[in-house]
Ligand binder design. Structure first.
Ligand code: C5P
Length: 312
């Protein structure tokens, strides 16, 4: 998170990664409506870029390269999480300042890859640099947790466990380079609806702790020739498949195309297939395209959390 400061930049661009949950264990709903989680996050090579400049009032605009993202689905008013992030940072420092925020999106909207959380994390870092605030990492993580369960992870990136409602993040040693085929889906799936279906179907009355063998394989990839495929898991998968049977069909297609394991990404609807290397990932993506699943991306993780890529 910390970079050397340049004096008085006019604009700052920060890049933040999408996340996947290599493991997502979900417990019984809490009295505040959130679910206790035990998760292993991994930041992957699909990014949003956020550029901030000083302005007389808060504004946000979203542009997209078109591939997987429906920019029209992103609010362009103060309900957008990036403006909430900016206001939270300004209030924390008792500043009256406001900014124009431009988001260049490649992470799908409502896709289960924490795109909005990435944008919020990027905004915190970008405004901190634009305004030379020197906010400590601890403070940034606390502000991020106020904004959403996945925002702290987007700050730190890499691979990390998440506890609490996901906001209590602890980096874990990950010495692998893991390749994933991301299968995008046009129809967003609301996170609360998936948790709601989970409560109805399962209720979370089980041991949902992260398997130590997964953490050990991340630390020592050579120690397990099967890789992490046998340990990945998502408690929300049955609930998402219940709401959206087409997701199960896409998972089955990925298996038929040679994927060792498939996994729902977060609360969906994005699906993931694990590959042993980049070539296999590209081969699976190619075969999926032949079956009509042509909106895919080959990504790898872990990658860095929110970081400055340009000062203007
Ligand atoms: O924290 P965030 O804003 O991302 O959460 C969005 C919604 O997802 C929450 O309002 C809640 O319905 C659900 N959620 C949950 N348990 C979590 C995280 C999210 O039930 N640990």
């Amino acid at each position: 998170m910390s970079e050397a400061l340049l004096p008085d930049p006019i604009s700052v661009t920060v890049r933040a990664p999408a996340k996947i949950n290599v493991y997502l264990g979900v417990g019984k709903v809490r009295s505040d409506g959130f679910h206790p989680l035990e998760t292993v996050y991994q930041a992957v090579s699909l990014y949003d870029d956020v550029t901030v400049t000083d302005a007389g009032e808060w504004s946000v605009s979203t542009i997209t390269d078109g591939a997987h993202v429906d920019a029209a689905a992103v609010p362009d008013d103060e309900s957008n999480i990036v403006i909430r992030a900016g206001k939270t940072l300004a209030a924390h420092h008792q500043l009256e300042r406001t900014a124009r925020i431009e988001v260049r999106k490649s992470i799908p909207v409502a896709g289960g890859m924490a795109g909005g959380s990435a944008d919020a994390a990027a905004t915190l870092v970008a405004l901190d640099r634009l305004w030379n605030l020197n906010t400590s990492d601890e403070e940034l993580l606390a502000l991020a947790a106020e904004l959403g369960s996945d925002v702290p992870f987007a700050l730190i990136g890499g691979t990390a466990t998440g506890a609490g409602r996901g906001e209590v993040v602890t980096p874990v040693e990950d010495n692998g380079t893991w390749w994933w085929v991301v299968v995008f889906n046009d129809d967003g799936l609301s996170t609360p609806s998936v948790y709601g279906a989970y409560d109805l179907l399962e209720g979370g009355d089980h041991d949902y702790r992260v398997r130590p063998a997964l953490l050990e394989t991340l630390r020592d990839p050579a120690g397990n020739p099967d890789g992490i495929g046998v340990f990945v898991y998502n408690d929300l998968e049955d609930a998402a498949f219940y709401l959206r049977p087409d997701l199960q069909t896409s998972a089955e297609a990925a298996l038929e195309c040679g994927a060792m394991t498939t996994l729902l990404s977060g609360s969906g609807p994005t699906m993931l297939a694990i590959a042993t290397d980049a070539d296999e990932a590209r081969s699976i993506a190619g075969q999926l395209a032949e079956r009509g699943y042509d909106r895919t991306a080959v990504v790898h993780g872990p990658v860095a959390g929110a970081h400055v890529v340009a000062y203007g």
